[in-house]
Design a protein. Sequence first.
Length: 286
Amino acid sequence: MIEKALATDADVVMLDLEDATAPAQKDAARQIVTEVINSSDWRGRPKTFRCNGFDTQWMYRDIVEVIQGTQCSVDRIVLPKTSDVADVRAISILLRQMELEFGRTDLVQLDVQIESALGVVHCEAIAESDSRVVALTFGPGDFAASAGYPLAGIGLIDQWDTTYPGSRWHYPMSRLSIAAHAAGLLAIDGPYAAFRDLDGLRASARSARALGYDGKWCIHPDQIPVVNELFTPSNEEIEHAKRVVAAYQEAIKAGVGAIAIGTEMIDAANLRMAKRALEFAGQLPT
């Protein structure tokens, strides 16, 4: 399964020691993660694993054994169930000691999962807490349990979504996205559990992108093309962004602050949106 995942077009492959690993298999799974990080072809992607949560007896050994077993060659750790700045700082101190041990100069990155009501309350401070943090990831399943949201399955649309007048997820997801982008981080949406329901996945991904999310977790290879498609600007979006950049440059040359493209008025705000779309698509002009 790991080799199959590494062969996909996912931007990040995460080896999971937390929810996907049974308690009796934690020790053996650490060895597998270590071996895969040391010997597999990651195709230029960050070597990433998820440790267990702060409320377990496994987390410290996950980090110590995998980091030592790979001689600190892990690029990113996904930190589940983070609820406070102190959580991030504690892990950062541990990682710094191990980086010094192995002579590593760049920082092991942290992808911080916000999965509780307390985590959402503290998400702005968590986003700013440490230079290791590169992303905030929303965990809908554990968040629903923490906040008392009735939920049929992780990320799914159920009867409560059709009876509530609006999106039940708007507040936590919007707050998380704003906190991430204010701190210069990526905002990542959690998984959609019904892996055969690609239409439902598509709707979930569209909602996340509308709120500024940069990507979404996949739990099955069939989900990857859908998510890649929806989080990649379309050809039409790219071409429009290029026209906006060109038109605004012409406006500046002409000494004006705004110009029209058809019936759309273009100003500095449009330019920033256009550059964001081109940057996201890897086509930002130099």
